[in-house]
Design a protein around this ligand. Structure first.
Ligand code: ZN
Length: 296
């Protein structure tokens, strides 16, 4: 199915329908993803096609992309039909959506929908309480101790820290080891306990409601690269009503998103958010602790 961009939900339904007619058996097994972009302090025009490529090449998903109006433009027509999809994925960090769209998103998620927050999507919407509950933790845009505690690992123990202070940061970009903290969770089950991630930003000092949130994996934020000295959350799973959210802080740039560890956890996280289970297997080219692996 060709990638499809539209602000108009009825046209998206037609696009999905035509793919069902073309290959009914295959399409029935595939999960439907709605990927949102359009505003971001990152190069979403470059990274959205990479995310779509990963979804399609997995054979598990079909994806539609919906692009919001640009910053400052009238958002009133941005009304995607969330309920047409098994999972919504955000590559968006921008202005608030129309009230009806935000209410529809919350209802979709509370009613059992799935959501995936990629990298700076957790910067978005600092002043939207339900969104912050959905992503568990966020950063920047005025967040502080009123947004919720810091959550991190220290000495191999999960710490929920109410200390006042800034929210959101990262040191210099580099390759870093991602470490599994909940090895029995379906998203990370069977993956190596430690794997070397490609060059990326290592987010730190995120804060948020952190309700019904499981930290699946962390990365050590090394003071030598400008970090905090804590093991900061990299991958999280959150339950929101009957819905499920996978939150990856990874994926700053195209080269970060070509990491096989990023790809595998993104796909497995999206599948879990959509269905509550994971069938996608660990690929043969998964990184090790010593060697990162990336795909063209
Ligand atoms: Zn970034």
């Amino acid at each position: 199915m060709p990638r499809f961009r539209s602000l108009f939900a009825p046209l998206m339904c037609i696009a999905s329908l035509s793919s069902c007619v073309a290959t009914p058996a295959a399409a029935a097994e595939k999960l439907r993803v709605l990927l949102i972009d359009g505003q971001n302090n990152h190069q979403w025009q470059k990274t959205t096609p990479i995310l779509v490529q990963h979804l399609k090449e997995s054979g598990r998903f079909v994806a539609d992309v919906v692009t919001t109006p640009p910053a400052g433009a009238d958002m009133a027509r941005f009304r995607p039909n969330f309920s047409d999809y098994d999972v919504v994925m955000s590559n968006y960090n921008g202005q608030r959506w129309p009230r009806e769209t935000e209410e529809a998103f919350v209802a979709y998620l509370a009613g059992g929908g799935g959501f995936v927050s990629v990298h700076a999507a957790d910067n978005a919407f600092a002043d939207w309480p339900e969104y912050n509950e959905a992503i568990g933790l966020g950063g920047w845009f005025g967040r502080d101790e009123t947004s919720g505690p810091y959550v991190y690992y220290k000495n191999d123990k999960l710490v929920v820290d109410d200390a006042p202070g800034r929210c959101g940061g990262h040191g210099a970009q580099h390759e870093f080891v991602v470490r599994t903290r909940e090895p029995e969770h379906p998203i990370v089950k069977g993956l190596p306990e430690r794997w070397l991630h490609a060059k990326d930003e290592l987010y730190d000092t995120l804060r948020g409601p952190a309700k019904n949130m499981t930290v699946l994996a962390t990365a050590y934020s090394d003071p030598a690269t400008g970090g905090t000295g804590r093991d900061e959350p990299s991958l999280m799973a959150i339950e929101f009503g009957r819905g499920r959210v996978f939150h990856t802080t990874l994926g700053h740039a195209d080269y970060s998103m070509r990491c096989v560890g990023f790809i595998t956890t993104l796909l497995r996280g999206a599948e879990w958010a959509a269905t509550g289970a994971v069938t996608i297997e660990k690929p043969a080219d998964f990184p090790t602790e010593a060697a990162s692996r990336s795909r063209e």
